[in-house]
Design a protein around this ligand. Structure first.
Ligand code: AMP
Length: 195
């Protein structure tokens, strides 16, 4: 049973690593970005609302995002743990998640941060834009998403560091190598908690 978060700047490969961790630990990965994209594609009311923000690289408002996460965590499949990918991204979302977990008498075991410098991230994301045609992968939007990460999400990371549940992994390098580093860091963290 593991309840964990993966946090990283856009382009750090957190979605890819989240899938791999989810397989290895047998916990469901829940990506707020994927849920929003699926809703945008399906043209649901949530998707129509989220799209206004996503296309510009802005955060979807906390009120919308928080409710969506609460709903998802109240559905089945999370009894054996979960890996939240891309949430929380603001300190208000941290408070909200604390409340959801407290209501369920649960707590987080570990928060994994993938790190990478901005120059590397911009070139990766520009490469990805060519491949996927994601509407939020042009240079101005990419820079804005990185700015938001520094302005808002680093404060989220600091909160979890204060609680002693943060573990950081260098996200630069081959995907398999990064996965090895991640699994190693998670094992080391779990061993530390048990002792
Ligand atoms: P991602 O795939 O995690 O990069 O997310 C893509 C986009 O979805 C972000 O740029 C935001 O517009 C939106 N999004 C995803 N997660 C959140 C969140 N926790 N809070 C606000 N907006 C989010």
């Amino acid at each position: 049973m593991t309840r964990m978060l993966i946090i990283g700047p856009p382009g750090s490969g957190k979605g890819t690593q989240a899938e791999r961790i989810s397989e290895r630990l047998g916990v469901v990965a829940i990506s707020t970005g994927d849920i929003f994209r699926a809703n945008v594609k399906g043209e649901t009311p949530l998707g129509v609302e989220a799209r206004k923000y996503m296309d510009n690289g802005d955060f979807v408002p906390d009120s919308v995002t928080n409710k969506m996460v609460r709903d998802r965590l109240s559905e089945g499949g999370v009894e054996d743990g979960f890996l939240l990918d891309g949430y929380p991204r603001t300190t208000a979302q941290v408070d909200y998640l604390d409340q959801i977990l407290a209501d369920g008498d649960q707590k987080l075991d570990v928060v994994l941060q993938l790190t990478a410098d901005d120059g590397e991230l911009v070139s990766r994301l520009l490469g990805r834009a060519k491949e996927t045609g994601r509407s939020d992968d042009n240079e101005a939007v990419i820079r804005h998403r990185l700015d938001l990460y520094h302005e808002q999400t680093e404060a989220v990371v600091a909160r979890y560091a204060e609680r002693g549940i943060l573990t950081q992994v260098d996200g630069i390098g081959q995907i398999d190598k990064v996965t090895d580093r991640v699994l190693h860091a998670l094992h080391a963290h779990a061993a530390l908690i048990r002792t």
